[in-house]
Design a protein around this ligand. Structure first.
Ligand code: ZN
Ligand code: ZN
Length: 188
């Protein structure tokens, strides 16, 4: 069975070099359901608590929310950084509190202090799914990611062949010692 958590992301981007309207800077609200697959944990009668999936995912994905997402070779990138620098907001601002931990993968690098994500590939809905899977695949059993942004949508399914041991009281994953990080329950 699957538990499905839904996240919303508001972001600005453009498709650098694309011959269409999307070559201009514009914004979207993206909708991102993440489907986690496992057996049903009989203790809580869930696969996984959706709010916990959301919390884990949001911890990294908040870097994309109200952020500018640009490809690494986009000439807008140095131009924007120059303006941020001159404004004194390149390395952070007191009002920028929505920072997740900075991350760097092969596909994307987050600069939370100036709400910027730099990507290797064009950030299409397909590109975003690749980035999200890469960031979260080791944290949960992701079976499917769908990303919808305006009229664009993409979806990808992933094989799941392992089960994660979960707390029978909280439903969240037990740590490597078989202890629940939330309530301290220990696997008998
Ligand atoms: Zn767009
Ligand atoms: Zn617990």
């Amino acid at each position: 069975m699957r538990s499905i958590a839904k996240l919303d992301l508001q972001y600005a981007h453009r498709f650098y070099g694309f011959k269409g309207e999307a070559q201009y800077l514009h914004g979207h609200t993206g909708n991102l359901p993440i489907e986690v697959e496992d057996s049903i944990n009989m203790g809580v009668n869930m696969v996984f608590p959706c709010n916990e999936i959301q919390k884990t995912a949001w911890d990294v994905l908040r870097n994309f929310d109200h952020a500018l997402i640009l490809r690494e070779d986009d000439p807008l990138l140095p131009a924007i950084l120059k303006v941020y620098e001159e404004q004194g907001i390149r390395n952070g601002a007191p009002t920028n509190k929505m920072m997740g931990p900075a991350f760097k993968t092969d596909l994307a690098t987050a600069y939370p202090e100036c709400r910027l994500v730099v990507t290797k590939e064009t950030m299409t809905v397909e590109g975003m799914i690749k980035i999200v899977y890469d960031l979260l695949k080791d944290k949960m059993n992701i079976a499917k990611i769908t990303f919808t942004s305006g009229v664009n949508a993409a979806t990808q399914e992933y094989p799941v062949n392992k089960t994660i041991e979960r707390c029978p009281l909280c439903g969240i994953a037990l740590d490597e010692n078989g202890v629940c990080p939330k309530c301290g329950h220990k696997k008998p």
